[in-house]
Design a protein. Structure first.
Lengths: 281, 429
């Protein structure tokens, strides 16, 4: 009993489990399954209704030896003639065959040539296609490049415009729609921008050379937007045709857009216009 | 007392600055490339009624060809006034005319005419320029061109080129060649040279008295200089190989020419009397089609040194070479404006040959024409127009002008003549 005396239940459980497993393995060894890797052979069997009868040999076909000899003699001559004819025939056939072979070879050659040509054409077509594709690609790339450049220019122009607007709108941005001395600065700047746009459309910059020049005019306006008197040049561009062209642009822009509010109008009735026909450096 | 004055002065400054500050300022950047609307009325005839051609048509065609003017059609719209006092300004304003040209022709004795004209500013309601020319009846077109020149200069600030001459080569009977001279608009053609061999590259001397050109009459290209008035000519360059592409220096004392003397095409300098030939640029690549800057310090040329043809410039003082064109893979045939600020050349753009204009200050490029087969662009002496050859596939070539704002392309009325190689003569004072 001492043998089974165990210190705790866990040990007992472990031992029982081990015993059970060993027993199970022993049983498996005895009653093991016969695993097969070979597929069993099944023979095929023909089923006959009746046994087939063997054919009898025809006796009349057997000829006497003499007859055979005679026959042999005659057939010899025939045979030699036949051989000749046969040789001729064979030669003919050979020739025919040769001719046919030649024809066939020619045909094959022709076919091969056509095939080659087709291949060549295909190759050329492929090359052309590739070339075309490359050209197309190049064209697209060039177009893309142009578009990119155009976009760059447009972006630069937009930035310039934005800067211009910012400069003009500065007071408005600092206090949008702020009322200063009874005047709405946002409204004031809106009309300044409208006036600027209308005059700018009429400045014919071609008459101002290529250099960065500037010129200034002062104008007085009636509430209708018409000029009160002629524009007064306060700074010349030193290019007569340019001074004249800018003056004409101002006159041409009448009536200028003006607010109906008399307070706002009084701010805009006298204006100083600074022109940079070829932009600023 | 002194302090009192100072206070008053300071007060005055403060006051005036606050008044100035009160004036609203509007900054106007840029503008548009527009055309000046102008009405050119028929000139009234006095003293005789002869058909000598319509002078107002000449002026109209001149001004619109420049691309800076838009000649209004006034037929049957308003009766021609005799002076600015008779002008109904509001009527002209409603027609959007900014200027008005009126005039009269007086028939004098000995088949002479007096042409009087006025340029009226419709906005300012006054005559801004007027003049009088006396000439022969058959010079009526020339008088018209002179009026155009005056009007052009007054309104654009640049000299007009309507009284200048051009030269071009005409191929006829399929094998013969003529070197022709004509008015800038293709009228009054006279022939300077008749040859069985090709003539190319005519170039006017800066004084407009001579023409240098390349002839194949020695069975290879050689360069001649011919006097226009006398027809006398002399052989300038007949060196080993080809002699081609003459270009006069601005002072007319030297020419840049292209020789294949030692290797491939290279630019050489030669005195106008044929002396002192020296090689200008030492390059392994082809250097050709020289064109002088107006200050005579630089020569622009075409070279393949970077692969495809591009335009380069060579500084005669520092011998420095720099590339000028970067847009596109194929740029050639450079020509500079009289002030050296603009460059025109031929560019290949998507398979089409077009005339390109490059601003040498900003390097912006504008394609003036659409192609497909434009050739040989040359500047007008005021730089406002370009003379060039153009044709469509399988059609005859034409010579035409294009304004540098690209707004006006006009063929010269040369009919079915086969024309090529144009050159624009200088403005004669």
């Amino acid at each position: 009993m001492k043998f089974f005396k165990l210190e705790n239940n866990d040990e007992l459980q472990a031992n029982l489990f081990s015993f059970a497993i060993h027993l199970a393995l022993f049983l498996v060894m005895i009653f093991s399954v016969g695993w097969q890797t070979k597929i069993p052979y099944y023979g095929e069997v023909e089923i006959w209704d009746s046994v087939p009868v063997q054919k009898k040999i025809n006796k009349t076909q057997t000829t006497p030896k003499k007859k055979i000899k005679q026959q042999k003699k005659t057939t010899k001559v025939q045979k030699s003639n036949e051989a000749k004819a046969k040789a001729q025939k064979e030669a003919d056939i050979k020739l025919k065959k040769k001719k046919a072979a030649e024809k066939k070879a020619k045909k094959l050659k022709k076919q091969k040539a056509i095939k080659d040509l087709k291949k060549k054409v295909l190759k050329q077509e492929k090359l052309d296609k590739l070339k075309k594709e490359m050209l197309e690609k190049e064209k697209v790339e060039r177009l893309q490049q142009q578009v990119i450049e155009q976009q760059k220019i447009e972006k630069m122009q937009a930035e310039l415009r934005e800067n211009e607007l910012k400069q003009q709108k500065k007071p408005a941005l600092e206090g949008e729609n702020e009322v200063k001395g009874g005047v709405n600065t946002g409204e004031l700047n809106k009309y300044k921008l409208l006036i600027q746009q209308k005059i700018q459309q009429n400045v014919n910059q071609q008459l101002c050379g290529l250099d960065y020049i500037n010129l200034e005019f002062r104008i007085s306006l009636m509430p209708t937007g018409e000029l009160l008197g002629q524009p007064k040049m306060t700074k010349s561009s030193k290019i007569k045709s340019c001074d004249d062209a800018v003056e004409r642009a101002i006159i041409q822009s009448q009536p200028l857009p003006l607010p109906k509010d008399s307070g706002l109008f009084s701010k805009l009735k006298n204006l100083e216009l600074k022109f940079h026909p070829n932009g600023v450096e | 007392m002194n302090k009192f004055l100072q206070i008053i002065f300071a007060g005055f400054i403060f006051f005036s600055s606050s008044v100035l500050h009160a004036l609203e300022v509007i900054e106007i950047l840029g503008g548009k490339a527009s055309q000046i609307p102008i009405a050119v009325m028929p000139f009234k005839s006095f003293g005789a009624q002869k058909a000598i051609g319509k002078i107002n048509s000449v002026i109209k065609s001149d001004l619109s060809r420049s691309g800076l003017f838009y000649a209004l059609d006034t037929r049957g719209v308003v009766a021609a006034p005799n002076s600015d006092k008779e002008v109904n300004f509001s009527q002209w304003k409603s027609l959007e005319a900014q200027f008005l040209i009126i005039g009269r022709i007086d028939f004098l004795k000995k088949e002479k005419v007096k042409v009087s004209w006025s340029l009226i500013d419709v906005y300012k309601k006054q005559t801004v320029l007027s003049g009088e020319y006396v000439g022969k009846e058959k010079q009526i077109r020339a008088i018209g061109h002179k009026v155009s020149d005056k009007v052009y200069e007054r309104l654009t600030g640049s000299k007009g080129v309507f009284h200048t001459k051009i030269a071009f080569v005409e191929k006829y009977n399929n094998q013969k060649y003529k070197l022709n001279i004509a008015d800038y608009d293709g009228y009054n053609i006279t022939s300077l040279l008749d040859s069985k061999m090709p003539i190319i590259s005519p170039k006017w001397s800066p004084d407009g008295k001579k023409i240098a050109y390349v002839s194949f009459e020695k069975e290879k290209p050689v360069i001649y200089i011919q006097e226009i008035a006398t027809g006398k000519r002399k052989l300038l360059a007949n060196f080993k190989g080809n002699n081609s592409a003459p270009a006069w220096s601005p002072d007319g004392k030297r020419l840049a020419i292209v020789l294949t003397y030692s290797t491939n095409s290279q630019i050489y300098l030669i005195n106008a009397d044929g002396s002192d030939v020296k090689r200008l640029i030492r390059s392994r690549s082809i250097t050709t089609e020289p064109s002088w800057s107006p200050d005579g310090k630089e020569i622009y040329y075409t070279s393949n040194q970077g692969g495809g043809p591009q335009i380069y410039k060579f500084n005669l003082e520092s011998s420095e070479v720099s590339r000028v064109t970067f847009e596109g893979k194929y740029n050639l045939y450079p020509s500079l404006s009289y002030d050296g600020k603009l460059l025109i050349y031929l560019t290949q753009d998507q398979g089409n040959f077009k005339v390109a204009l490059q601003n040498l200050q900003s390097n912006q490029v504008l394609k003036l024409t659409k192609g497909p087969l434009d050739e040989a662009p040359v500047f007008a002496p005021n730089g406002h127009m370009v003379l060039f050859v153009y044709k469509d596939y399988g059609k005859t070539t034409k010579i035409g002008t294009v304004s540098i704002n690209g707004l006006k392309i006009d063929p010269l009325p040369l009919g079915s003549r086969q024309v090529q190689e144009p050159a624009w003569g200088p403005i004669k004072n």
